[in-house]
Design a protein around this ligand. Structure first.
Ligand SMILES: Cc1cc2nc3c(=O)[nH]c(=O)nc-3n(C[C@H](O)[C@H](O)[C@H](O)COP(=O)(O)OP(=O)(O)OC[C@H]3O[C@@H](n4cnc5c(N)ncnc54)[C@H](O)[C@@H]3O)c2cc1C
Length: 398
C-alpha cells in the first residue's frame, strides 16, 4: 500500500466538496471524479488513519468494493472467512455461509481514498469541517479548519462524517443527537488461535442481552474482538467485554493469552436511515451520518459505500437543486424497507433465548439455514422474530 501524499492546501472552490473520507465519502468522491466532476475530498485526519470498527466485510461490502474497482487490492490484504458462526447463550451454534473477509480500517479506508484520488478527486487533510457556508437557505460550501481556517465554495456539498452528531448539528441536518448504539473493539494477536480459524463469530448471551459480542480474524494473526449494545444510555462496554470473556471461552482465551495490538476503543453507531435530514438545498448527507448502518448486525461499511455511490449518482444526473435532492431522497427511500426489517430483527438481541431457539431450529431445518444465508446475502430476511407471524415463519420456514 502506498502512503498517500499529504496535501495541506485547499482550493478556494470546487464543484463538489465531500467532507469525510471514510467509505461513504471516498466512494462518493471516486464516482464523481470518474464522471468528470471537479471534487475535493477533505478529512479531519491524515491517512492512513484508524477507525473503531469490527473490520468485517460482508457480501454487500464485497459488491460495492467490486463496483469501485478495489476488490482485488482489498482482498490481497484481507483475511478471508467463509462463515458467520452464530453462537447462542446455551452454546448452540450454526455456521452461515457467505462471502466474508476482515481488513483493519486503517488499510481499507486508505485503499478507498487512494482509489478516489486515482480517479481524479483532489484530497486535502487534515481539514476539519467547522460550519456551512450559506447563501440564504442554500449550502454553498464550508468553513474548514486545518493549518488555518479557510472557506471552500462548492456547487454541492456532501457530508459523510460518520456517526458523530456534531458535524450534523453544525450542518443543520441533525434530527437526533443520540446514536443508535455504541460498541467497543480491540485488536489482539494470538498466533496459535489463528491457525485454521475461518469464521466470523457472533455471540449472544444473557450476560449482555441487548447486544452481542464478536471475534473476527484479521490478517497477520490479529483478531478484532468487540461488544456492542443498542442505545447510548447506561451501557458500560468494558463490563460487557469482561462478561463476554467470562461466557465465551475463545474470547476469554484471546484476552488472557493474546497480545494487545491496539487498545479497546468505543464508538457510536447510527442506523436504520434515521437521525438525520438526508438533503438540504446544496447538501446531501451520506454514510453513517445519514444512519446507513444496519441495525441487528451493526454492519455498515457496505451500506456506507452504497449511499456514497447513490449520492454521487444523484449529483451526476443533475437537473438542479430539486431534481438532485429528489433523486437522492428517492434512492434512500427505496432501500429503507430493508433497514426497517433489520430494525425489527434487531429486537432478537434483547431475547437471547430466541437465538437459542433459532439456532436449534436452523440445525434441523435446511430451509432455515438457506434463509439465514439469504439474510447475509440480502436475498431474504428474518422478519419480525417477536410477532406471532414472524415467529411462525422462523420456526416453520417454507
Ligand atoms: C465498534 C464498531 C464495530 C463495527 N463493526 C463493523 C463491521 O465489522 N463491519 C461493518 O461493515 N461495519 C461495522 N461498523 C460500522 C462501520 O464502522 C460504519 O458503518 C462505517 O464506518 C461508516 O462509514 P462512513 O464513511 O459513513 O463513516 P466513517 O467511516 O466514520 O468515516 C467518517 C470520516 O469523516 C471524518 N470526519 C468526521 N468528522 C469530521 C469533520 N468535522 N471534518 C472532516 N472530517 C470529519 C472522519 O475522520 C472519518 O474519516 C462498526 C462500528 C463500530 C463502532
Amino acid at each position: 500500500m502506498n502512503e498517500p501524499t499529504l496535501n495541506r492546501t485547499l482550493p478556494a472552490r470546487c464543484e463538489v466538496l465531500v467532507i469525510g473520507a471514510g467509505p461513504a465519502g471516498s466512494a462518493c468522491a471516486q464516482m464523481l471524479a470518474r464522471a468528470g466532476r471537479d471534487v475535493l475530498l477533505v478529512d479531519r485526519q491524515d491517512f492512513p488513519r484508524d477507525k473503531v470498527c469490527g473490520d468485517g466485510l460482508i457480501p454487500d461490502a464485497h459488491h460495492a468494493l467490486t463496483r469501485l474497482g478495489v476488490h482485488e487490492p482489498v482482498m490481497a490484504r484481507a483475511r478471508v472467512a467463509d462463515h458467520v458462526r452464530c453462537v447462542g447463550p446455551r452454546g448452540g451454534r450454526i455456521d452461515v455461509p457467505g462471502r466474508l473477509a476482515v481488513l483493519p480500517r486503517r488499510e481499507l479506508d486508505a485503499i478507498l481514498l487512494d482509489a478516489a484520488r486515482a480517479a481524479g478527486a483532489r484530497v486535502a487533510t487534515p481539514w476539519r469541517f467547522e460550519a456551512p457556508l450559506q447563501e440564504g437557505e442554500r449550502v454553498v460550501g464550508a468553513w474548514l479548519h486545518g493549518a488555518a481556517t479557510a472557506e471552500v465554495r462548492a456547487d454541492w456539498t456532501v457530508l459523510a462524517t460518520g456517526a458523530a452528531a456534531q458535524p450534523l448539528q453544525r450542518m443543520g441536518a441533525c434530527v437526533r443527537q443520540t446514536p443508535s448504539a455504541i460498541a467497543l473493539r480491540g485488536h489482539v494477536r494470538h498466533a496459535a488461535m489463528d491457525e485454521g480459524w475461518r469464521t466470523l463469530d457472533v455471540v449472544w448471551h444473557r450476560a449482555f442481552a441487548g447486544g452481542y459480542g464478536w471475534i473476527f480474524p484479521g490478517p497477520d494473526g490479529v483478531f478484532n474482538i468487540g461488544v456492542g449494545a443498542a442505545g447510548a444510555g447506561q451501557t458500560h462496554l468494558r463490563d460487557l467485554m469482561a462478561r463476554f470473556a467470562a461466557v465465551y471461552e475463545p474470547a476469554g482465551r484471546l484476552l488472557r493469552e493474546g497480545q494487545w495490538v491496539a487498545p479497546a476503543k468505543g464508538a457510536p453507531l447510527r442506523w436504520s436511515l434515521t437521525g438525520a435530514q438526508p438533503v438540504r438545498p446544496g447538501l446531501l448527507v451520506a454514510g453513517e451520518a445519514v444512519g446507513s448502518t444496519y441495525a441487528f448486525t451493526g454492519e455498515g461499511i457496505g451500506k456506507a459505500l452504497e449511499t456514497g455511490i447513490l449520492a454521487a449518482e444523484a449529483l451526476v444526473a443533475g437537473g438542479g437543486d430539486a431534481a438532485v435532492q429528489r433523486q437522492y431522497a428517492a434512492a434512500l427511500a427505496a432501500i429503507k424497507p430493508r433497514f426497517d426489517l433489520y430494525e425489527r430483527a434487531q429486537r432478537i438481541n434483547r431475547y437471547p433465548w430466541l437465538v437459542d431457539l433459532l439456532i436449534w431450529r436452523a440445525n434441523h431445518t435446511p430451509a432455515l439455514q438457506r434463509r439465514m444465508a439469504g439474510v447475509l446475502e440480502e436475498t431474504a430476511h428474518l422478519g419480525d422474530p417477536l410477532s406471532p407471524r414472524g415467529l411462525m415463519r422462523l420456526m416453520w420456514p417454507k
